[in-house]
Design a protein around this ligand. Structure first.
Ligand SMILES: Cc1ncc(COP(=O)(O)O)c(C=O)c1O
Length: 330
């Protein structure tokens, strides 16, 4: 039994939120008998509007962004079904399977300059109710579509399908479709406080949504807890901490990726806080788990494929050394 487990399987931040945010969250606990106030919600919208440069009338805050994805699916996925880039955020695929919602896949090439065929995506999307693209993609970390290509997709599909761009890792990629929101009614950008903002435990995310797309969230906006609202506001007020840890994680990611490639393993370039690594080793997740290291199994994409969250320097060193050891003995 290993004492210190290293969790590199959920794309969380390896760093806790800053003290000022934690203090704010603690303060709200004594007011837990009260519902969160409208003013607090509006304050968060105000900060988010400054941060995203999107007007408050196009922003909705809710529990985690996976819940928002569910709301969008219930509202818009009909007989024509959903177009997805594959592989993508597996929680969404499981949701579609569970509820028997039809979907079509546009597959990607992890190592190509253009990971997906935009023409194919447009053709499928024309005949869909909903299009889902995680950008950066989970599990590869690749940017799938540039803002210009998103605009082309919206125009070519004549704004018919709802197009969801999941930007859960935006703070790492800096690529966003936010500037298109006020121009196109059918576009949704999903964001979260779970990754770069280090607040996964609070369960809070937000959507930037065009007029028609906003329908998915009617009546749902106030379902966020008081600590989550207060924590998110404090985090936005003190954003320099987030920028600092994002830089640290990106530096670590690039360092780790170089070392993985020196080992002769393939790993696509990532714009997020994780790497997809093709180790070629059977049962690699359980071998790593034996050493107390949790990673996400993606062996259905290739033998020994795993997604590894970038941890702190110590965690990354232990992961790398353990991987080397396993490679040596396999
Ligand atoms: C692409 C993507 N979208 C959404 C989520 C979920 O985010 P949240 O914690 O806001 O539900 C994740 C979490 O791993 C993710 O990878």
């Amino acid at each position: 039994m290993v004492d210190n487990i290293i969790r590199l399987d959920r794309n969380e931040s390896p760093y806790p939120p800053p003290r000022i945010v934690l203090d704010e969250i603690r303060k709200t606990v004594s007011k837990a008998n009260r519902y969160p106030s409208r003013e607090l919600y509006d304050r968060l919208l105000y900060y988010l509007s400054n941060y995203t440069e999107v007007s408050t009338s196009h922003i909705v805050v809710n529990g985690g962004s996976d819940h928002m994805l569910e709301l969008v699916t219930w509202m818009f996925a009909g007989d024509k079904g959903v177009t997805l880039v594959y592989p993508c955020f597996n929680v969404f695929v499981e949701l579609l399977k569970l509820h028997g919602i039809k979907y079509r896949l546009v597959s990607m090439d992890y190592f190509s300059d253009k990971p997906i065929d935009l023409g194919e995506l447009i053709t499928y999307s024309k005949n869909s109710d909903l299009v889902y693209i995680d950008n950066p993609n989970n599990p590869s970390g690749r940017i799938m579509v540039k803002p210009k290509e998103i605009e082309e997709l919206v125009i070519e599909t004549r704004e018919k399908p709802i197009i969801v761009i999941d930007e859960a890792y935006y703070e790492f990629s800096k690529v966003t479709a936010a500037s298109l929101i006020e121009s196109y009614d059918n576009l949704i950008v999903l964001r979260t406080f779970s990754k770069a903002w280090a607040l996964a435990g609070l369960r809070i995310g937000y959507a930037l949504a065009g007029k028609r797309a906003l329908k998915a969230f009617y009546g749902m906006q106030y379902r966020v807890s008081l600590p989550a609202l207060a924590g998110a506001i404090k985090a936005l007020e003190n954003s320099s901490y987030m920028y600092r840890i994002v830089k640290r994680i990106i530096d670590e990611r690039e360092r780790l990726r170089r070392k993985i490639r020196v080992l002769g393993l393939k790993t696509p370039q990532s714009s997020a806080n994780y790497l997809l690594i093709f180790t070629g080793i059977k049962n690699i997740p359980s071998k790593l788990k034996h050493h107390g290291i949790y990673v996400k199994d993606y062996s259905h994409l290739g033998e020994g494929a795993i997604r590894v969250t970038i941890g702190n320097r110590r965690e990354n060193r232990i992961f790398l050394n353990t991987l080397k050891e396993i490679l040596l003995h396999s």
